[in-house]
Design a protein around this ligand. Structure first.
Ligand code: NAD
Length: 488
């Protein structure tokens, strides 16, 4: 991978706001820098939207709304399908761009292009399947007509950890449903969304249907948009505390909201698990995206009789994980997103060790340049350790033990979150019992990855509201109307 190729790609990425089909600087001409977390080097400066720019974007979305809602579903679907095709053609560019601004390995970034692209294809297919119903009321005195309508202008806020997939997972169903959008990517990783906007433009998305505001002033710009009565829907992916704050802001306008928030996934290994499968699954569920996924396994809850063997095998595998800049061949462990992430990860490890956990491998930051942390395995993590309660968001695998099935369920459900759980057992009945007993919106039974564009992604409890993907995903952007007509 030559440096020249990186520079060529970066020079092609837009650095302005995309509002009403026009690329333009921020109204006060302010910009902010985007960095490569593997080197600390600046990649590119992009426009930093003001409140005025944010409201201009909402205005553009509002003005484009009626025409887009009236555009036949097939036509909207074909535009999304073209966007899917264009994304495939530029797959290598998107992968490299994500590696540069976020740090994940190129192999994982390619996987995200596949996953993220699927939302464009899936919702191009769903756009034409939005249907209502017609039928007699039970009394036989009238006919009930139930129809679906786009909710209207949507504000979409995305996090830095999956810069492409979190954007397409919202933009595709919104457009398929006939909604227009303002997208605000995370300030740490805005470049992928800007390049995506260019692809959507090339695919034929009309002016004003998708607007992108990059900004350093997320709080201010978002609050102004959320409190504006023209906005009809807020879809947010990010941390639970910010989600809670946005829900409060959305309450005044009784906005429709979708919230994809934090997780604290249990990864339960029963004594009857196939340990080879469990170790493979653990490596994926933990170290994918360098541990920075809402679906990352956070607590490894392992039966006492197999815990030592599990930890030994996992540690042997972790020892082999190549660390480096994501552009280097074979790298698995790239950098964490920033210094704060390194400090937070280390604080959780230190707390667990102070409370009596065993350090099998890792346990320290890697000196710069770049913000790296060693892949770490902790055994015998004690109850009360912060690492069992908080989302780690780093490459740390923490093992705790249990004695029987009830104990495993109690530990797994002992969290305020409820996004995803992973269960390893070769006993079918036990697996079925876990489906019924674990309080999470998603579950991987003998698998360490659950995400799929065709599936309803989302969590229970503090992990959020609503679902993205699957047939459910488009309904987040539709309103229902019931009309009573007389008995003919
Ligand atoms: P974050 O909450 O800090 O930021 C998310 C987005 O909100 C970013 O665009 C950010 O700029 C913006 N933001 C921050 N403060 C804001 C404010 N006061 N008002 C309006 N917008 C604001 O989260 P993050 O660090 O970018 O992402 C990591 C978090 O996201 C983790 O908790 C992770 O679990 C969660 N996440 C959840 C899912 C899911 O689908 N459930 C997927 C990916 C990430």
């Amino acid at each position: 991978m030559t440096r020249q190729r990186e520079l060529d790609l970066l020079s092609e990425v837009p650095d302005e706001l995309y509002i009403g089909g026009r690329w333009r600087p921020a109204s006060d001409a302010a910009t902010f820098p985007v960095h490569d977390p593997a080197t600390g080097d600046g990649l590119k400066d992009v426009a930093s939207a003001t409140v005025e720019d944010g409201l201009a974007a909402l205005d553009a979305a509002d003005r484009a709304g009626a025409d887009w809602a009236r555009t036949p579903a097939r036509q909207r679907a074909e535009i999304l399908r073209r966007a899917f095709d264009l994304l495939q053609e530029r797959a290598e560019d998107f992968a490299l761009l994500m590696t540069l601004e976020m740090g994940k390995s190129l192999a994982e970034a390619r996987g995200e292009v596949t996953y993220g692209g699927e939302f464009l294809r899936w919702f191009s297919e769903e756009a034409v399947r939005v249907q209502g119903r017609y039928g007699a009321n039970p009394e036989g005195t009238g006919r009930m007509v139930v129809t679906q309508h786009p909710v209207g202008p949507c504000y979409l806020i995305t996090p830095w950890n999956f810069p492409l997939a979190m954007a397409t997972r919202k933009i595709a169903p919104a457009l398929a449903a006939g909604c227009t959008v303002v997208v605000k990517p995370a300030a740490l990783t805005p470049l992928t969304t800007l390049l995506l906007a260019r692809v959507l433009e090339e695919a034929g998305v009309p002016a004003g249907v998708v607007n992108v505001v990059t900004t350093r002033a997320s709080g201010e710009v978002s609050e102004a948009i959320i409190r504006d009565p023209r906005l009809r829907k807020l879809s947010f992916t990010g941390s639970t505390p910010v989600g809670q704050q946005l829900l409060e802001q959305a309450a005044r306008g009784v906005l429709r909201t979708s919230m994809e928030l934090g997780g604290n996934a249990p990864f339960v290994v029963f004594e009857d698990a196939d340990l080879d499968k469990a170790v493979d699954g653990a490596l994926t569920a933990k170290f994918r995206n360098i541990g920075q996924a809402c679906t990352a396994a956070n607590r490894f809850i392992v039966h006492r009789s197999v815990a030592d063997e599990f930890s030994r095998r996992v540690t042997a595998r972790v020892e082999q994980l190549p660390v480096g800049r994501g552009t280097e061949e074979g790298v698995v462990i790239g950098p964490l997103i920033d210094d704060r992430a390194v400090s937070k990860t280390h604080a959780l490890v230190t707390d667990a060790l102070d409370r009596g956990a065993t350090l099998h491998i890792g346990g320290a930051a890697i000196p710069g340049p770049g913000t790296f942390y060693q892949a770490t395995v902790l055994g015998d993590v004690r109850p009360g350790s912060a690492i069992l309660r908080e989302e780690i968001f780093g490459p740390v695998l923490a093992v705790t033990t249990f004695d029987d099935e009830d104990d495993a369920v109690r530990l797994a459900n002992d969290t305020e979150y409820g996004l995803v759980s992973y269960v390893y057992t070769e006993n079918l009945a036990r697996g079925q019992r876990m489906i019924e007993r674990l309080a999470t919106g998603m579950m991987g039974l003998n698998t360490g990855v659950v995400s799929n564009a065709a599936a309803p992604f989302g969590g229970w409890h503090l992990s959020g509201l609503g679902r993205e993907g699957g047939p459910e995903g488009i309904h987040e952007y539709l309103e229902t109307k019931y009309t009573l007509t007389p008995d003919p």
